[in-house]
Design a protein around this ligand. Sequence first.
Ligand SMILES: Nc1ncnc2c1ncn2[C@@H]1O[C@H](COP(=O)(O)OP(=O)(O)OP(=O)(O)O)[C@@H](O)[C@H]1O
Length: 342
Amino acid sequence: MMDEQALKARLPDSVAARIQTIKLTDGTVTLVLEASGLDADNRAGLESAVKQMLGEAEGVSEVRVAMVADRAPAPPVAPAPKTPRIIAVGSGKGGVGKSTLTANLAVALARMGRKVGVVDADVYGPSQPTLFDNKGAKPEGRNEKLVPVPSRHGVPVLSMGHLVEPGKALAWRGPMAGNAMAQLVDAHWGDTELLLIDLPPGTGDVQLTMLSKFKPEGAVIVSTPQDLALIDAQRAANLFETGKVPIIGLVENMSGYTCPSCGEVSDPFGKGGVEDASEGTGIPFLGRIPLAMEIRISSDAGSPSAAGDSAEAEPFRDIARKLSDWLDAASKSEAAVSKENA
Ligand SMILES: Nc1ncnc2c1ncn2[C@@H]1O[C@H](COP(=O)(O)OP(=O)(O)OP(=O)(O)O)[C@@H](O)[C@H]1O
């Protein structure tokens, strides 16, 4: 004859351990189970398993299960922090003003209210710590990830220059440089919504790691107007196109120099080359930054032009507005696609 002990013996130990009371009366089993620590799905699963296992016992016509919880359910797990959107700033060759543009765009976007951070992935010539006036600061580590270094322009920064002595990284090659870049991106960015990544010039390992690990949402390419720089810029554009990263546009830097004494405008690196190239390739032209002493001096002083209100700030702000519009349009089209797929 089936009794409570025999019924209990039909259940696995882990389930039997949860039994608070069990009663068999006229073919009806009434069970009270301790259900602490189980979420709704697991409770439902436990109930139906118990009903099935005991319902099959001889002389049992009905199984009634009640669940009680001694302990409060575990608090909900905090949602994982959202990863920032990534925009890469690249160039074909060094010295064309990629770092200057990155810093100024970040500062201009921050002044527009965007929560923006900068990753200086230029392993071979990190200059963001100088541009943001946080040279010498060492990022803290928390749970094996880096904490970005704040700057007085409201833009947190992580740079190779914060991690290694100046000049040391020059010896890094290949995967080592790629891994170092990955550490800078995969950091505690907190509420930063947008990361501008200052890539090293060219198309090497850091760029390839970038494309494979953290595919940017878009890329900005900067070039000076002369032909040689443009050929290299085209190579950088090809790399992004191959990686299926949309090119937001081309920026012409160091075009048009106004002589501070006589006011005459000359074009040491030529003019209009980038705009012509953009017409030829169909890549949008985002704007032109003049060659100006003020830009160089404020960069070296850790106060990018876009942080102030000089005439030189305006072209940076204009390009930042275009970038901001592009980001808004990209989020809208992504929202539309998710709605369609829902
Ligand atoms: N429009 C400009 N007017 C005057 N000086 C500029 C301008 N743009 C950049 N510079 C100066 O040119 C130098 C090179 O600029 P920057 O470091 O931004 O170039 P880069 O392309 O990032 O170079 P690298 O790849 O070597 O890091 C810096 O001294 C910077 O201050």
